[in-house]
Ligand binder design. Structure first.
Ligand SMILES: [Zn+2]
Length: 148
């Protein structure tokens, strides 16, 4: 996979397509999977490492149903510009290990909690070979405001 040194926010295309992504799981995943199945849609799940440990069966189900698993840190720690690269990398690699334990594959995509992006994050994701993927801020569903 080609890794860009900038985060992917949108990909220019003439096709009428969207990329569905779900963060912070696995928790309410069964409900989401149900709707994805109904609409024959595939999604990328940016999962939190410590939740992967708690719900390995949900991760396995996402894989079996054809979805992609991506890295969203081990503990959903918010990064900032003062955080050392190795601490950011530690969060990424710890989550990676949890995902690897369950899926047998290293994820390629990473999304930082809260959308933090700085030089230290670029260094950490480059070292651990991740493509950073954000979301379309300009089309915020604001569903984070009412998580249920
Ligand atoms: Zn998150």
């Amino acid at each position: 996979m080609r890794i860009f040194c900038y985060p992917i926010i949108v990909m220019p295309t003439d096709e009428k397509i969207i990329a569905l992504t779900f963060d912070d799981g696995p928790t309410d995943t069964p409900e989401i999977l149900k709707f994805l199945r109904i609409y024959e849609a595939k999604a990328t799940f940016f999962v939190i490492g410590k939740r992967v440990e708690e719900y390995p069966d949900l991760i396995k189900r996402e894989i079996i149903e054809g979805h992609e698993i991506a890295n969203h840190t081990y503990s959903h720690r918010y990064f900032n510009k003062k955080m050392p690269v190795d601490r950011i990398e530690d969060e990424i690699l710890k989550a990676e290990q949890m995902i690897l334990n369950v899926t047998g594959e290293k994820p390629n995509l990473f999304r930082p909690p809260g959308g933090y992006y700085g030089e230290n994050l670029v260094d950490a994701t480059k070292k651990s070979r991740y493509q950073v993927v954000m979301w379309s801020w300009h089309q915020d569903t604001e569903n984070w405001d009412t998580p249920d």
